[in-house]
Design a protein around this ligand. Structure first.
Ligand code: GDP
Length: 361
């Protein structure tokens, strides 16, 4: 099978970033986006609504200098989709029956501070939702004596540090590995792991200098495509997703920012979602996506109308009656009115299940 055929079969894994406040979640996401933009091939859309996609070509390019250290791997996923807003709250809205819409998580830990209350909380909710994760041991540039090598792989920068600096890094990593062990997880520096199904990878990074970002992306891509293939197998059927956020958009009323994790969503589709008052059955009036990047640093870009989106994707849906929906509700495409009614039942069951679970938590 050619790689392009395989690429069509698997969707991008959906990745969330969690961790204690100030440990660098936002900075890390900004760095990942910045790196992608700087390397991006012309025409590649990397920005979605509420999410950013790092294409496989970018990951492969960044991983090139790593060939000496890491076993060669060929990417069969089309890229990685990062949810733009880090933290527990958005993660909670990504529920899906029996787990999460997120396929994988990055737990950011400030290497100088180690585990903090929200680090433990994050691990607990990842465990509850059964979301696999790796640890980004962030802020390695703050280790006394660290000489930064901007945007270089960690393994290359590490070799150029003085022995006492390397030693200090190892000690700090051991604190993290020790905490993980206390929580019942085996963990190790990513390049020392033999069996990734038994050991949580710890990737030293600096969200500020960009050191370690190549490995972070390579390990994410490698792990997800190797161990989550079944989950990432994408069907060319009706879309399934979750409402990330509802917002009032002047002139359009209440619109829904959704994450599509399976199938295809088209303009005109019948969609079924839910609210506290009951199911919402409506029709997609338009689908909005950010315009392809022209200028690198424009944070808020204009949205444009598209005819369809393919999983995985973050997209804004314009449709009547969305003011009745709730964030965290499932959203499905129905083939006809009859199926819509069936799906409405399913949606409400899921909302009910979510409500019961939330009350218990
Ligand atoms: P969040 O609350 O987890 O999203 O943390 P932020 O991304 O807002 O970062 C908190 C602070 O740490 C900010 O002042 C960042 O500039 C700083 N910071 C984040 N990552 C790094 C890093 O790798 N190195 C250094 N030196 N500072 C960082």
């Amino acid at each position: 099978m050619s790689s392009s055929q395989q690429q069509r079969k698997l969707r991008q894994p959906i990745v969330v970033v969690l961790g204690h406040v100030d440990h660098g979640k936002t900075t890390l996401l900004d760095k990942i986006r910045g790196t992608t933009v700087a390397l991006k091939e012309p025409g590649a859309i990397t920005q979605h609504v509420g999410a950013s996609v790092v294409p496989a070509s970018v990951i492969e390019k960044l991983a090139e200098p790593l060939k000496k250290f890491l076993p060669r791997f060929k990417l069969i996923i089309p890229g990685l989709l990062f949810i733009d807003t880090p933290g527990h709250e958005v993660f909670s809205n990504l529920r899906r029956r029996g787990g999460s819409v997120a396929d994988f998580a990055i737990l950011v830990v400030d290497i100088m501070e180690g585990f903090q209350p929200q680090t433990y909380e994050a691990i607990e909710i990842l465990r509850q939702r059964r979301v696999p994760f790796l640890v980004a041991a962030n802020k390695i540039d703050r280790i006394p004596g660290w000489k930064p090598h901007p945007d270089q792989p960690f393994l290359i920068s590490y070799r150029m540090q003085k022995p006492e600096v390397q030693q200090r890094l190892e000690e700090l990593l051991w604190n993290i590995i020790g905490e993980m062990y206390k929580l019942g997880f085996r963990a190790d520096r990513f390049d020392r792991i033999k069996d990734f199904t038994k050991t949580v990878a710890v990737v030293p990074v600096s969200a500020k200098t960009g050191e370690g970002i190549p490995e972070l992306l390579a390990v994410l891509a490698g792990l997800t495509q190797q161990y989550l293939q079944k989950r990432l197998m994408y069907a060319e059927g009706p879309a399934k997703g979750v409402v990330l956020e509802l917002r009032e958009q002047p002139g359009l009323g209440v619109v829904a920012d959704v994450i599509i994790y399976d199938g295809i969503l088209r303009k005109g589709d019948i969609i079924v979602t839910g609210g506290l008052e009951g199911p919402v059955i409506t029709r997609v009036r338009s689908l909005l996506m950010p315009k392809p990047l022209v200028e690198i640093r424009t944070a808020k870009r204009e949205l444009e109308s598209v005819d369809e989106v393919v999983a995985a994707a973050g997209v804004r849906i314009v449709a009547p009656e969305l003011e009745k929906a709730v964030a965290g509700a499932p959203i499905f495409v129905a083939r006809d009115e009859e199926e819509a009614k069936e799906l409405a039942k399913k949606v409400m069951e899921e909302i009910e299940a979510i409500r019961i679970r939330t009350d218990k938590e």
